[in-house]
Design a protein around this ligand. Structure first.
Ligand code: CUK
Ligand code: CUA
Length: 665
């Protein structure tokens, strides 16, 4: 066994060296003649198989070389976003979103970031964590444009906007009429809207109603957050919602190309179960799975815009809401049956088909947008209990493809294949699309290959996967369990991202990346060269939340401390600069009870010359990137001698980058 493996290893390596060294034997980068023996010796010593070796060669990114793709992954209940290079699977950054993040000084006193986090409060109550599920890159004509990233918080029904010029969170919006969400964020093809679909039904508008009024008072609500690209912010005044029945809507996806203007959402509790296992009712898990069919929600948002123009909406908690009756009667909302307890809904790149994962059904069900249009035009007399037109399954289904156990989410490549995550099978199923996608003569709508993954795959992400032109090349399996894949670190195991090469005839597993933070759900993968982030902030004195020069920025030569009185209270305002390796000034003296406003500008122009401002005892930390201005404002409510220092190892004399904050009793 071992010797035959060694022979294969040798064959793979000699092939590799031949192909690398063959055509251009004289360049300095050419592997030396000694390489094959070295490489063979290492491979043998480490017990690597030929597949291991090709996987290593496909994922290794040498020092100084950059990754081809960037994966933006939700951080799950860490409330953050992970930025990962592909194919190296190196973690590049953790972006603080719904949860304060100390390294970036996000939520530790810096005024702008405190205001961003305050956008997510509910009736003034701070909510300092989130359950991020679905990151969505901004799109132009259905292609990722690399400008913005959006992500939802399932736990609290919130949406965040991240600016990809500096990879920082700029805005958090609390949904005024729902307490949980799920099918979002997803963008429309030109990022007109960022969609936030609902999850668990509650009384609309965050009102109270007992569970025995479930059918009358509880509702789902889908939100269309209008995005103002020039301002880089969602504009709540132009946003709107559509009231939905209390069917527990799940994933949503935007139509594109032929289906642009439409949105599709699953649901999984058309039974309207309300639980109560303790009172002898069936538990939710059984109550929501009783019916054979749930409803695919088919929503015409362009029609909804017309209805808004006509003024057919109500304003609830400051948000324009198209009521359910209006939506059902005016061509906005339609249903189509879908096999019980569906999960993922994923529109094909050209927008022709909507693929629904069955969860408790071994098939994915493929709906045809063209057939949906015909069925809508033909009309139907069937209605759900809320008056929503229900199309006939046989009128709108194109195919049902048997894949195995627990199909959840589907992504696409450039060759006409779908890749579906199989939760119960712990596998990725590759299957052939039909219609315009089938140009290679292969049989359409058929399973072609299954690759085991480790373990319990949830979402799956593909290179440029949600665009109108996926790249193929890679998919990443976002596995919920890792069990035995990594060195044990206690009962709480990391999740496992597995990189898979899909460029060849057969899929190849390349790499396991442990995720030791929260539980990622979805991820999107963009070509790295589409991102054009700042290397340093464009001007000294930059306010990173407002993305413009801060009028209060401290300037070199104009550093100062001013004391004034407001309503009989002493206000101490400080304008300070930071540069390698000092703050200016270095001594700040105030009196106990003073209100302190402290501006600091990092006046560096060198790439990576970040400083920070750590004030012990006051729960204050700011990160100041080159050019950035930050402000902290607080009451000096503790007397004593405090030190402030730069926590970023910025220079040889970084330890000397310090000052005293003296608070007189
Ligand atoms: S959900 Cu997590 S595995 Cu929130 Cu997109 Cu399917
Ligand atoms: Cu600046 Cu350390």
């Amino acid at each position: 066994m071992r010797s035959s493996m060694t022979v294969v290893v040798l064959a793979v390596l000699s092939l590799f060296v031949a192909s690398c060294g063959g055509p251009a034997p004289k360049t300095a980068q050419t592997p030396q003649a000694g390489l094959p023996e070295d490489a063979l010796r290492i491979a043998q010593a480490r017990g690597l198989t030929p597949d291991d070796i090709t996987a290593a060669l496909k994922t290794y990114v040498p020092s100084g070389k950059l990754d081809e793709y960037i994966l933006f992954a939700s951080g799950g209940h860490s409330g953050q976003v992970l930025v990962i290079g592909v194919p190296s699977m190196r973690l590049l950054k953790v972006i603080g979103v719904f949860t304060p993040e100390p390294w970036q000084g996000y939520g530790y006193g810096e005024k702008g970031t405190m205001e961003v986090l305050a956008g997510g409060t509910l009736n003034g109550k701070p909510i300092l964590w989130g359950d991020t599920h679905h990151p969505a890159l901004s799109e132009t004509n259905g292609e990722y444009d690399g400008q913005f990233l959006f992500i939802n918080d399932k736990a609290n029904a919130r949406l965040a906007v991240i600016d990809l010029r500096d990879f920082e969170t700029k805005q958090i919006l609390k949904n005024p009429n729902a307490i949980s969400d799920h099918g979002g964020g997803f963008v429309t093809p030109n990022t007109e809207y960022v969609i936030e679909g609902p999850q668990y039904a509650t009384p609309l508008g965050l009102e109270y109603a007992p569970l025995n009024e479930y059918k009358e008072k509880y509702r789902g609500v889908i939100t269309f957050w209008a995005f103002d690209r020039a301002r880089g912010r969602v504009d709540p005044a132009r946003s709107f919602q559509i009231e939905l029945p209390p069917y527990w809507q799940d994933l949503c996806d935007s139509g594109k190309r032929v289906s642009d203007g439409w949105v599709f959402c699953n649901s999984f509790n058309s039974e309207m179960a309300t639980g109560g296992i303790e009172e002898g009712n069936p538990p939710f898990e059984a109550g929501t799975a009783k019916n054979e069919m749930d409803y695919l929600h088919i929503i015409n948002w362009k029609r909804a815009e017309e209805i808004l123009q006509n003024g057919q909406y109500e304003t609830i908690n400051g948000m324009r809401v198209i009521r359910l009756k209006t939506a059902a009667q005016s061509g906005i909302l339609f249903f189509a049956p879908e096999p019980k307890s569906p999960h993922g809904v994923d529109v094909t790149p050209g927008g022709e088909y909507i693929v629904v994962g069955g969860k408790l059904d071994p098939h994915v069900t493929v709906y045809s947008f063209e057939k949906i249009q015909k069925a809508v035009a033909a009309g139907t007399s069937e209605r759900d209990p809320y008056g929503v037109p229900v199309l006939k399954l046989e009128d709108v289904v194109e195919a049902q493809v048997e894949l195995g156990l627990g199909p959840l989410h589907t992504v696409y490549d450039e060759k006409g294949y779908g890749y579906t995550s199989m939760f119960l099978d712990s596998a990725v199923a590759k299957w052939s699309l039909g219609g315009p996608y089938r140009k290679d003569g292969k049989e359409p709508w058929k399973l072609v290959e299954k690759l085991p993954v480790h373990y319990n795959i949830g979402h799956i992400a593909a290179a440029e996967g949600d665009t109108v032109s996926p790249d193929g090349k890679y998919v990443v399996a976002l596995n919920k369990w890792s069990v035995d894949r990594f060195a044990p670190v206690g009962p709480l195991h990391p999740q496992n991202f597995q990189l898979i090469d899909i460029s060849g005839e057969k899929m190849q597993l390349l790499y396991d990346m442990p995720i030791g933070l929260g539980e990622p759900h979805y991820a999107q993968m963009i070509k790295a060269d589409k991102l054009k982030p700042f290397e340093v902030y464009p001007e000294v004195g930059w306010n990173a939340v407002k993305m413009s020069k801060d009028p209060n920025a401290a300037e070199p030569g104009r550093e100062r401390v001013e004391v004034r009185f407001e309503n009989g209270r002493r206000i101490v305002e400080i304008w300070m600069t930071a540069v390698r390796s000092h703050f200016y000034p270095e001594r700040i003296t105030v009196k106990k009870g003073d209100h302190v406003i402290w501006h600091i500008t990092n006046i560096e122009r060198a790439r990576d010359a970040s400083h920070s401002f750590a004030l012990g005892g006051y729960n204050i930390h700011m990160s100041l990137e080159p050019g950035e201005t930050g402000t902290v404002e607080f009451d000096a409510d503790q007397s004593g001698v405090f030190t402030f220092y730069c926590a970023e190892f910025c220079s040889a004399l970084h330890l000397e980058m310090v000052g005293y904050f003296l608070v007189e009793p």
